[in-house]
Design a protein around this ligand. Structure first.
Ligand code: SF4
Ligand code: SF4
Length: 404
């Protein structure tokens, strides 16, 4: 029925693209074994192939966007394991974004909560107020008073109890150094500020000048929820900030932001700082650390940033670390942007499976690069009373950096 709802020529064009991309799917099913939502209950409609068929049927007007069909699409984590595995190179990410954009934001979307989360200044203020009223002491109790499926309950459960670190600052020795711009993002600028400081320190040690851009949301959560206008406003803010930076490359310590930043800035090199650091590894020397470390590789780090190899290369330079990676697909931790707020029970199921795998490695420390994944996993570590700490890998690397 989507065909009947189309009003603009841009929407007709989007429908054409969805039908064309869906037509590239040869229905081989090779994507099914790597799909975390298919792994949950072996339901074809919750698989990449099933979702492509649903998107095509909606676009052709052969099906109505019922609540049930819509939920099949909304359950998708956007992990892109399927796109990586697909021999026909179906552009699943683009297909899903266009389909969601035509459908509009899902009914379960916690708009008020997301508008708060996307504003770093509000988030910092709220965290400060929470600490004045000793929120960390009654946070768990308060979360339990809220309905099980409430997005606010999920948000309270993942909110860190420690005070956020100060924002990263621009650093570099002289004007002759290559200039990089660091994109702080929204939640990451507050809860990953330490990792951003670490990135700046490591890049400076490797000979770069880093300027830190203003903190705001890249629009990833809007883009992947069908809020196309809000996503475009964010993209335009990204372009403006980039234009004023004078830098040659844009960096983000949160792999979850990279895809959206690249989409906003076609032709610009937008990368994970780990990639850059790995190419300058000879300039970095690390002090030993005897620790058993489990490395969680976020889906976006593997499928979008492609910086998993660089990460492991750098960590292997720290003498004494006993590194093990968690098995990859179909294991997504379930955080997936706002998925953990919209579908907390499903997100917890995926997270607990990830933590079970990590437990087999008997780690003392769990590393994960993506802020959403780390907050989600940290909440599980806390709830289950697991004896591990957690960190962004950049924080560990900066902490072990030998100062020259
Ligand atoms: S692997 Fe690609 S072509 Fe095969 S079913 Fe999945 S999306 Fe379609
Ligand atoms: S993006 Fe991930 S969750 Fe969504 S269909 Fe592909 S493999 Fe499954």
């Amino acid at each position: 029925m989507m065909g009947m709802l189309l009003e603009k020529s841009s929407e007709h064009a989007a429908v054409g693209r969805i039908v064309e991309w869906a037509g590239q799917c040869v229905q081989c099913g090779l994507c099914l074994p790597v799909c975390p939502t298919y792994a949950l209950n072996r339901n074809e409609a919750e698989s990449p192939r099933g979702r492509i068929a649903i998107a095509a049927a909606l676009a052709r007007g052969q099906a109505d966007p019922t609540a049930q069909l819509r939920e099949r699409l909304d359950h998708c984590l956007g992990c892109l394991n399927c796109e990586t595995a697909c021999p026909a190179h179906v552009q699943y990410d683009a297909l899903l974004i266009e389909t969601r954009s035509l459908l509009g934001p899902p009914p379960r979307r916690p708009r008020l909560l997301l508008s708060l989360v996307k504003r770093p200044a509000w988030l910092r203020t709220l965290r400060r107020i929470g600490r004045w009223f000793a929120l960390p002491r009654w946070q768990a109790w308060l979360a339990r008073q809220l309905p099980t499926h409430s997005a606010w309950r999920a948000a309270l459960r993942i909110m860190p109890t420690t005070a956020p670190a100060a924002r990263a600052r621009s650093r570099g020795k002289d004007a002759g150094q290559p200039r990089l711009a660091l994109f702080p993002g929204c939640v990451a600028s507050v809860d990953d500020a330490e990792a951003q400081q670490a990135a700046v320190a490591l890049l400076q040690a490797a000979g770069f000048h880093v300027s830190v851009l203003p903190a705001f949301c890249c629009g990833a959560m809007d883009l992947h929820s069908g809020a196309a206008q809000a996503a475009e406003r964010a993209a335009s803010q990204v372009r403006q900030a980039w234009a004023g930076s004078g830098a040659t490359q844009l960096l983000s310590v949160a792999p979850g932001c990279l895809g959206t930043l690249r989409r906003a800035l076609p032709g610009v090199s937008v990368i994970d700082p780990l990639e850059l650091l790995a190419t300058h590894v000879g300039q970095l020397h690390f002090r030993p650390l005897e620790r058993r470390v489990a490395v969680h590789l976020p889906c976006t780090q593997v499928n979008v940033a492609h910086s998993d190899g660089a990460l492991l290369q750098l960590l292997r330079r720290v003498p004494g670390l006993q590194l093990s990676t968690l098995p990859r697909p179909p294991h997504c931790c379930g955080a997936a942007g706002s998925h953990l707020l919209e579908f907390p029970a499903r997100a917890a199921q995926l997270r607990d499976d990830t933590l079970r795998q990590a437990a087999t490695l008997e780690p003392q420390l769990l590393l994960s690069s993506n802020i959403g994944c780390r907050l989600h996993l940290a909440a599980g570590i806390g709830e289950q009373g697991l004896p591990w700490t957690h960190q962004h890998p950049l924080t560990l690397l900066a902490q072990q950096l030998e100062k020259s």
